[in-house]
Design a protein around this ligand. Structure first.
Ligand code: SF4
Length: 240
């Protein structure tokens, strides 16, 4: 990002904090393997369903080693509520098995000591782990200053005009180049809330948006003042 883009990002962050506050974080960050599995479960479903699937899996198996040894179909049965059972159970079994083969233990603690780029490269080498999943592990469990880009973040930062990326993965690259220090968690979390409650995919409620003075979206719907009262439960800050 250039200076102007960074300035716009910082301004956006300040307006979002004014509107939504500083999102809470758990005092002790969750284990990165827990976070990886929770993020795989969260793909294409809502936070409540993926949280229920994660809890069921943790209740059924005492350790991730047990999950690695389990039959894929048994894992699929436990995570059914999160949808895409075949795809997600395959990815979970695969990543745990590969970790065991490569590191002799199921742990991602070593990622704390390497830079973001190397950590993302390592994680995305596991089948079924994309850039968004990898960056969620870095932000939510390793406390790195990195902003994952899901569909809400992709849509909102492009509309606001902070970066222009044609896909979430391109947006991720542009956004995380020179990302301002210490604000990734609040920026990411508040943007998702904005995307769910105000800057929705269709008919954004620009009339009540705290960013309307800085947003460059050409099709602003300033007459739309509808509020959506979403529950602000965020899965990835509730993985324990
Ligand atoms: S002004 Fe409208 S388009 Fe821009 S961020 Fe707000 S809701 Fe989204």
């Amino acid at each position: 990002m250039n200076k102007n883009q960074i300035k716009k990002l910082v301004q956006t962050n300040e307006l979002l904090v004014k509107q939504f506050g500083i999102p809470k974080r758990p005092e002790k960050l969750p284990d990165p393997v827990d976070m990886l599995i929770a993020t795989i479960l969260s793909q294409n479903t809502n936070d409540n369903n993926s949280y229920r699937a994660f809890e069921k899996l943790k209740k059924r198996y005492k350790t991730w080693n047990e999950v690695a040894d389990a039959r894929r179909t048994s894992i699929e049965k436990e995570i059914k509520v999160a949808g895409l059972g075949l795809q997600k159970s395959t990815a979970i079994k695969n990543v745990l098995t590969e970790l065991l083969q490569k590191k002799n233990k199921i742990s991602l603690d070593h990622l704390k000591d390497i830079n973001n780029e190397s950590a993302i490269n390592e994680l995305t080498n596991y089948k079924g782990v994309g850039v968004k999943t990898a960056s969620c592990v870095l932000l939510f469990s390793l406390g790195k200053n990195i902003c994952p880009v899901d569909t809400h973040v992709h849509r909102t930062v492009n509309r606001i005009g902070i970066v222009k990326g044609s896909t979430p993965d391109k947006t991720f690259i542009y956004l995380n180049e020179n990302f301002p220090s210490k604000i990734a968690h609040k920026f990411h979390t508040n943007l998702i809330r904005l995307g769910r409650e105000i800057c929705k995919p269709r008919n954004p409620s620009c009339g009540i948006c705290p960013l309307k003075s800085v947003c460059s979206y050409e099709s602003k719907e300033l007459q739309n003042v509808k509020t959506t009262s979403e529950k602000s439960f965020m899965l990835l800050d509730n993985v324990v």
